[in-house]
Structures are given as C-alpha cells and as structure tokens.
Design a protein around this ligand. Sequence first.
Ligand code: GLY
Length: 387
Amino acid sequence: MSSRTSDVLVIGGGIIGLVTAWRAAQRGFATAVVDPAPGGGAAQVAAGMLAAVSELHHGEQTLLGLNLASARRYPEFAAELTELTGLDLGYRRCGTLAVALDADDRTHLRDLHALQQRSGLESEWLSGRECRRLEPLLAPGVRGGLRVDGDHQIDPRRLAAALLAACERTGVVLHRAWAERCTVLRDRAVGVATADGTELGAGQVVLAAGSLSGRLAGLPRDVLPPVRPVKGQVLRLTVPARYAPFLSRTVRAVVRGSQVYLVPRENGELVVGATSEELGWDTTVTAGGVYELLRDAHELVPGITELPLTETRAGLRPGSPDNAPLLGPTALDGLLMATGHYRNGVLLTPVTGDVMAHALATGDLPEEARPFTPARFGATHRTEQPA
Ligand code: GLY
C-alpha cells in the first residue's frame, strides 16, 4: 500500500471522524484521516454534557435509544481511551439538575418529566427548596427542578486530544489538508482530492466532516447529506479555589424559551452555553449572544458575575432534518457517512465508533443504528453518473 492509499479514508478529524478512524484501525483496516487540523471542530466549543435524559425532546424517541446506548458505553469507552493514551478525559458522573424559574418553565419541566417517565427514564422531581439544598448557589426564586443523576459530562477538548493520540497509536495516517472533492469512478467513491491537488485513494471513504459535510464537491446531489450549520455561542469562566465547590453538577434551565446550561469541571472551568442560531457559516461571537447567556445564567446562579470570564467562542453544530445523525453506507458504493450529530456529537461518540467499524467491516448497520441510515433522506441506490 502506498502512503496515499488506504483501506478506509475518513474525511474530517473531529471527534466523530477520529473515533471512526480509531475503531477502523483496531479492526485491521489501513486507515487515514484527511483534515487540516485534526482534533479540532465543534468539540473545541462543546460543553460535553452527556444529556440523553435531560435533553429528551418530543418526537425523538428513536434517537433516545441510540443516545442511551452510547451513554451506557461511556464508562468503558473512557477507560479504554485513557488506558491506551494515558490521557484523562474529564469524565465526571456528576449528574444534572434542570430547574424552573417561573410558572412557564415549571410547566415545561413537568411536561419533560412526564415524557421521561413514559420513556422509562430515571428522573426525580424536586421542590425549589430541595434544588437549593443540592446546589446552594441557585437563585432563591427557583420553583422546582428535575434531578437526573444518570446524565454525566466529559471534557470534549480532552476527548478530542485522546482520540487523536489513539489514532496515532493505532497507526492511522493523518493527512493535514482540506478534502476538496470526493473522487468518484464508475459509480464508486474511490478517494479524495485535496486542496493542493493530491489524490488520496481508498477502498472506502467515510464522510465525517461535521457541519461541512454537505459541501463536499464531487458527490451526486442526492447523496450529499442534508446537514446544515447551527451556531452555538459558549462561554468559559473560571471558579477560583476560594469559591469552590461552586456547583457540584450540571445545572440547566430554559429561560424565556432559550436553553442555558452551566457545566462545572473538576479543574475549576465552568462552561456556560449555548445559543442556537441558524445563521449559516457565521461564527462571530456577538455582544448579544454573550449578554443573553450571562443574563440567563445569572438568573439561575447570581454568583456567576463574580467569576473571571476566560473565553468566548462560537461553533457550528451539524444539524440534520430530524436532529439525528446519518450513519453508515450511502447510495454511492464505497461512500459511508458519520455526520449530522447536531446536539449529541459528544454523547454519540462511543456508539458512532462501534457502528461505523461494523459498517465498514460488514457493509451493514447493526440493529441499533438502522433507523439512522442516510437513505432515509435520499436515494437508496444509484446507477447514474454523478453531477
Ligand atoms: N447539547 C448541547 C448543545 O447543543 O448546546
């Protein structure tokens, strides 16, 4: 095999691309990743909540099954990555408390609680006083909340660094370049041309380019994934040692219809997120975005205004039409997808790696991933030439 040809070539070195490459290499595939900055992507902005239960939405019960499958794999997955790389992922089984600030929020949370119960999930309704007993810095006006001990967190930046190290250790080749065009020959994806004109050949190509996945040139229109960027602005604050423990678990709420969450890390970082904006490729951090996050977070936990604000950043979630990922083989032979993870990329990382390794080895999706076939949005098989 030349260094420019691989069994599996993954387009995109974010956490989804890296976990796919790592798991493929473990199966014995000669694997490469093409990305100008592997280890980057949306994970550099994400808060890392593993929130299968507290982020449950009506109409997303199928996705819930995949989210729960991935959450169950996290302890073993994190332990395996740490053992291989020596890197700590900041995996913290600290639980989540979703609180209500007014009567509307309370109705919304009661509805979420009922949906969780109908779905067989564990969550406990608490009075405002019980919420404040758990988290004494909560605002006195908190009217009640939902305690979800099973929703944990991980540090996505550490996760990305560990996955990159795991790829290097398992022999994954990293091509630090832009994948400009998928090369299609006789109705089969056979590789990628990079921005500098290099041709990278592959037995199978995996498109895992996050929000950019829908822009890859060379693919037939009906094979391109319907993935769009959904902007999220996120703040990072630091809890000085004299204020610790500031919060002992993730605290979240819907304030005036917008989600706000505070994710406290063991190292003193406090992540506050996130806006959700349909603004195309814009990643500007705006005064309005920062203002709204701080205003809403301050209503939940007034003491945050004392903390140093250390970072403001915006990233792009890869949104799909049904908020669920696109996984596995496509209508174009030789092309698979692992994209469209939207709000759940960090949570879905373990199961995505397993599903994609299975799909690469067998040509099929395992049972739990069948509803997430890319075919649900387009052609199931192609015979005509690409556009
Ligand atoms: N899952 C959190 C977010 O997308 O903001």
